[in-house]
Design a protein around this ligand. Structure first.
Ligand code: 5GP
Ligand code: ZN
Length: 112
């Protein structure tokens, strides 16, 4: 989709540190990391919000990919947090769904 930052990353028009890529999903480092480890997993198809998701397999792939990358990066065993923000109250700022994976430090609860 035009004017979508994450679609531009998928196309290679905006650079990102790519951690994983296959035919359906892409994982890359968050440009404004909130933890020692912070990457995003996105579908290569433009889906605006969690409310618009219909493909259960694709949504599952985001989570499975996050775990795979966390294992590869060596922090899966200690733990991590997966977050998908939805719309304004959820704090979503980029309208292309993305699963945050945060790790490398102790997370706190409740989130802000
Ligand atoms: P949201 O607030 O929508 O849940 O998360 C959007 C995330 O995308 C933020 O953590 C932000 O730092 C990240 N982000 C926004 N623009 C870019 C970009 O151009 N490149 C990368 N790598 N991350 C971005
Ligand atoms: Zn997009």
């Amino acid at each position: 989709m035009k004017n979508c930052i994450f679609c531009s990353i998928i196309k290679g028009d905006i650079s990102a540190e790519i951690l994983y890529s296959d035919d359906r999903v892409l994982a890359f480092t968050d440009v404004n990391a909130q933890a020692p480890e912070h990457f995003l997993v996105i579908p290569k198809e433009h889906i605006a919000t969690a409310n618009d998701a219909t493909d259960e397999s694709l949504m599952g792939s985001l989570s499975i990919t996050a775990a795979k990358v966390a294992k590869e990066r060596g922090f899966a065993e200690k733990g991590y947090r997966l977050v998908m923000n939805c719309n304004n109250d959820g704090g979503q700022t980029v309208s292309h769904i993305h699963l945050h994976c945060l790790g490398g430090r102790q997370m706190t609860w409740p989130p802000g």
